[in-house]
Design a protein around this ligand. Structure first.
Ligand SMILES: [Zn+2]
Length: 129
């Protein structure tokens, strides 16, 4: 599958998550338009509002890598028994950088996965041109 590399990278990034407060370990990885794999881990802080989602860490890092995201994979425990998809803030950042056709893959810790495109998750988010 085209996205195996980012699923693997997201799984490894999940192991490196810094989640001493929630214990809800999440990892993400982006496939960039030029073929790079860029990982991100959840990072929490004792000042809880300073936590940063794994997905945004990876999305922002793709900019630092000189590229833009084409696909985003998230490996996480389930939320209310459902696969966990990116939060609204991460979807908005994904819309800005990757556009409406960016692929989003939610992967459970059991390996179950679901692949969608960003427009299905955030159909009417504000976007440039
Ligand atoms: Zn998020």
């Amino acid at each position: 599958m085209e996205y195996e590399a980012i699923i693997q990278a997201a799984s490894e990034a999940r192991e490196r998550a810094y989640a001493p407060y929630s214990g809800f370990r999440m990892g993400a990885a982006v496939l960039t338009t030029d073929g790079q794999v860029v990982a991100g881990s959840l990072v929490e802080n004792v000042s809880l509002g300073l936590a940063m989602c794994a997905e945004r860490v990876a999305l922002f890092a793709s900019v630092a890598a000189g590229a833009r995201p084409k696909a985003l994979a998230l490996v996480s425990p389930r939320t209310d028994a459902e696969l966990t998809f990116p939060c609204g803030a991460c979807l908005q950042v994904g819309l800005e950088l990757g556009g409406r056709d960016m692929v989003v893959i939610a992967v459970g810790t059991d390996g179950e996965r679901e692949q969608v495109v960003l427009r299905d998750l955030l159909p009417r988010g504000p976007r440039k041109g």
